[in-house]
Design a protein around this ligand. Structure first.
Ligand SMILES: [Zn+2]
Length: 490
């Protein structure tokens, strides 16, 4: 038998539709945009789903045809011409490897372009059209996907990561690749069922290490052991996208057993509905958090939920920094995306003291001016090889400046947006997390995987910003109705 030929491809983005700024080509160029063998070089050993896929395909001795993979840091809606360009490139590259026996796909599941609100459903459908109905298409998605019927109809199986922070991406990539191989060997006939639950899980309740999600995932794992079940995915959803399919869902993949899929989907739906109040969450304001600083073990990880880089926020809010500067009795670390401040710092030599203007707001009167001492200037590149949220190895924050305020707080200023999912972001630049009372990270759950080993106390703070935790404060025009907790459904 000729060896099987498998194409590997994806466009991966989480788009926050509440941001004014669009995501454009440079965001992908500065992110991870790779073709052919460069995909293998970047991810072969990474804790990324593509790494898991490569491992299985190499083990099976099939012919791996890496096509294209494009990923940008979560941000605004993808500009129409950017999407067209990425899509055209991917389809052109695909032409060069066709015909294939199967496709492994790597969408995120929450991508929105100006024209295609269900962008993942759109490109997966075009892929289906091009390769035809008989060529299996199987892949992975992020549990922050808002899954559409189109995504499920265009593919033979989508498997979501089972952890948040996402530390099992490589494993899930292996599961998807295994499913494709078994299908091609005619050992199984996957069929997928999507259950869109009329409920959206609040962002800070999406941590899988604790309840309510821990018990929900345990229940799904238990059900996935039933006969003919190939995969059960809990998809938490991405609240910062005003799209029809926004909300939580379940994907059940069976070995051609519709009855079983329906029964399992309903059981999980019933479980979520029964426990719905637990998925709403408590929003802790900074006023209730401040008194905890003195009595808590250090360092405390404060998660700035309103400026969540992983949810598309810029990562430049000084809301928590200003409060800690004023309270003045705790040493904190914060990383801020601020190319202007980096340029100001570059005028000086390390050791110099100067006034720095932090451009957290376009309105100059609201900008923060701090007396600071320059600690270091550097290229912001670092590597992470441990399993951490996102599965990336190579990070680039652009030029960075590290300054210390008169109050003793340390600020890392970056020229590119930096996703706080690796301690190497600090340690590679000689910053030691254990030396702080408070570490502010711009995220909700993603940073936990990196910081849990050094931070005995972790607090999600309900801060203002474009990713504020209370989704009921956003004005949606396109979401499903009724949807809990926006409307009373039960
Ligand atoms: Zn995610």
């Amino acid at each position: 038998m000729m060896s099987l030929r498998i194409a590997l491809l994806g466009i991966y983005h989480e788009s926050n539709t509440f941001l004014d700024e669009l995501t454009t080509l440079p965001d992908f160029e500065k992110g991870h945009w790779l073709f052919g063998d460069d995909m293998i070089l970047e991810y072969k050993d990474a804790h990324h789903e593509i790494g898991g896929m490569i491992e299985v395909l190499e083990r099976e001795g099939v012919e791996l045809l890496p096509v294209m993979y494009a990923e940008a840091t979560p941000g605004g809606i993808i500009a129409s011409e950017t999407y067209n360009h990425l899509l055209q490139k991917m389809m052109d590259e695909l032409e060069r490897v066709l015909p294939v026996d199967g496709c492994l796909v790597v969408p995120h599941g929450a991508a929105v372009s100006e024209v295609f609100r269900d962008m993942d459903g759109h490109w997966l459908s075009l892929l289906r059209e091009r390769v035809g109905g008989n060529i299996p298409i199987i892949g992975t998605i992020d549990p922050h996907a808002n899954v559409s019927s189109l995504m499920v109809a265009a593919t033979d199986g989508l498997v979501a990561y089972k952890t948040n922070p996402h530390v099992d991406q490589r494993q899930v990539g292996k599961e998807a690749a295994d499913m494709l191989i078994r299908y091609l060997k005619k050992a199984i006939k996957p069929s997928s069922f999507l259950f869109q639950i009329p409920l959206a899980i609040s962002i800070e309740q999406q941590y899988t290490g604790k309840d309510p999600c821990k018990s929900l995932y345990d229940y799904a794992t238990q059900l996935s052991k039933e006969k003919d079940i190939l995969s059960v995915s809990i998809v938490l959803g991405f609240p910062y996208a005003d799209v029809k399919e926004m909300g939580s869902s379940v994907i059940v993949i069976t070995d051609n057993n519709e009855k079983r899929a329906l029964s399992i989907g309903r059981k999980i739906e019933d479980y979520i509905i029964e426990n719905r109040e637990a998925f709403v969450g408590v929003k802790k304001d900074i006023s209730s958090v401040l008194p905890l600083i003195a009595e808590s073990k250090k360092p405390i990880l404060m998660l700035d939920m309103g400026d969540n880089v992983g949810g598309g926020a810029p990562g430049n809010s000084t809301f928590l920094l200003e409060i800690l500067e004023r309270s003045g009795n705790s040493k904190c670390f914060i990383c801020l995306y601020d190319p202007n401040a980096v340029r100001q710092a570059e005028q000086y030599e390390p050791g110099a003291c100067f006034k720095i203007n932090i451009s957290n707001d376009e309105d100059e009167s609201k900008q923060l001016v701090i007396n600071a001492r320059l600690v270091a200037l550097s290229e912001g590149k670092f590597k992470e090889t441990d399993p951490r949220h996102g599965g990336q190895v190579n990070f680039d924050m652009g030029r960075i400046a590290i300054v210390q305020t008169e109050k003793g707080n340390t600020i890392m200023l970056t020229s590119l947006r930096a996703f706080p999912c690796s301690l190497r972001q600090l340690t590679a630049f000689n910053i030691h997390p254990k030396g702080f009372d408070v570490i502010i990270a711009k995220g909700v759950n993603a940073p936990i995987a990196a910081y849990e080993p050094v931070c005995p106390v972790i607090i999600q703070v309900n801060t203002p910003g474009v990713t504020q935790a209370d989704m009921t404060l956003f004005k949606y025009k396109n979401r499903r109705k009724p949807l809990f907790p926006f409307e009373r459904v039960w």
